[in-house]
Write a protein that binds this ligand. Structure first.
Ligand code: SF4
Length: 377
């Protein structure tokens, strides 16, 4: 039995992967074998033949940022003529449009704008919840939360408590890039250490919020750093479970690849195989995280479909708007109807979920519900 076969056999027996096992998997090119094992594990965790998606919208409320990540084509420096903060009315309109197409989730994400006081966020969230009590605010990445901490002078826990009380439901895991400081220092020196990112997530779990976690490969990281990233996310999830917090911790893990176009970093684009391998390893290693999300926005619909056989149980969000990714050249746009079709083409049944992964609607083949839904929208 080869080293990879032994490791995959161990994973299929339900044994936990060590750091060394994970590094060996990342160093291997046996992508299909890893995909097969991940698919078996995924099917054990999610035996129903459905693949979920959420109807949501990204709202990039400001592009002003003082973190200057080298890979980011979206931000504008404070004082730039091209900098913006969306008027509240525009944000409300975007949320209304999202609800009008059956959407449930708003992912507000922006730069770390030093000109916005903490009250901007709490007031805006209250105003949103007043107008749209049913919308789930899955918004603000750890870098933005850390900025709120600096601006408000409050403790991290107090910031998260106050913003949660104002209407923030859960935290998306953006800005994790690679959770190791060697790579972080090279690509986003001012964004803080990996522990800064993790502190936000752990604090959110502690006060009862759910979060997600991401990983971006192709930033010049080593295979060991990729493996460490997974270990650190898994450890934090263990901590959440061991402490019996009133939170499910990381509800999902979302790996994706760095998009080098239009950025200052001269790095090679990751291959689809490398992406699929990372998806498979994530499913195999993260035994305490329920969902692995496909990232078709960056990889395109065809690889997105394949990922559903490499460990992903979820097709992510409809992503009505995603300026951060699209500014860097990911131009795939797939609407709700296409998502239904793409999931069907993989032999699965599509189902709309909410941010907590509760199933809202199963789209059985040719169901009248679906026809009505498509006609209306
Ligand atoms: S990735 Fe986010 S934090 Fe980094 S420069 Fe862009 S907007 Fe700012």
């Amino acid at each position: 039995m080869s080293g990879i076969d032994r490791i995959l056999d161990k994973a299929l027996r339900g044994e936990r992967m060590t750091l060394e096992d994970t590094i060996t998997l990342f160093e291997s090119n046996e992508v299909e074998k890893m995909g097969d094992a991940a698919n078996v594990i995924m099917n054990r965790m999610h035996p129903d033949p459905i693949k979920t998606f959420v109807i949501g919208r990204n709202v990039n409320y400001t592009n002003v940022c003082d973190v200057y990540c080298r890979f980011c084509a979206f931000y504008r420096r404070p004082g730039s003529e091209e900098g913006y903060v969306l008027p509240d009315e525009v944000i409300f309109q975007k949320i209304k449009e999202t609800q009008d197409v059956g959407g449930t989730e708003i992912l507000m994400q922006g730069g770390t704008n030093p000109n916005l006081p903490f009250s901007y966020y709490t007031d805006l969230l209250r105003a949103i919840k007043e107008r749209f009590p049913d919308i789930t605010m899955h918004s603000f990445s750890p870098a933005e939360i850390q900025k709120m901490k600096v601006i408000s002078g409050l403790s991290l826990e107090e910031v998260i408590r106050q913003i949660h009380e104002a209407g923030l439901d859960s935290l998306p895991g953006g800005g994790a890039e690679i959770l190791d400081d060697r790579t972080r220092r090279k690509i986003s020196r001012l964004k803080g250490s990996w522990t800064d990112w993790m502190d936000v997530m752990k604090t959110a779990h502690k006060i009862g919020m759910n979060t997600t976690a991401t990983m971006v490969i192709g930033l010049g990281e080593s295979m060991e750093e990729r493996a460490l990233h997974l270990m650190r996310v898994r450890d934090a999830q263990d901590e959440c479970i061991a402490n019996k917090y009133d939170s499910e911790g990381f509800l999902a893990f979302i790996p994706w690849t760095f998009q080098p176009d239009n950025t200052n970093l001269k790095l090679e684009r990751q291959t689809p195989e490398e992406y699929l391998k990372t998806v498979a390893i994530s499913r195999i290693v993260l035994d305490n995280i329920k969902h692995i999300q496909s990232s078709w926005v960056t990889m395109g619909p065809e690889i997105g479909k394949k990922s559903l056989y490499y460990g992903c149980d979820d097709f992510g969000s409809t992503m009505i708007e995603e300026n951060v990714v699209s500014a860097a050249g990911a131009t795939y746009k797939v609407n709700i109807e296409s998502i239904l079709q793409l999931i069907r083409e993989t032999g699965h049944t599509p189902a709309q979920r909410n941010t907590r992964y509760d199933i809202l609607r199963v789209f059985d083949e040719a169901s009248s519900v679906e026809r009505d839904f498509i006609m209306q929208n």
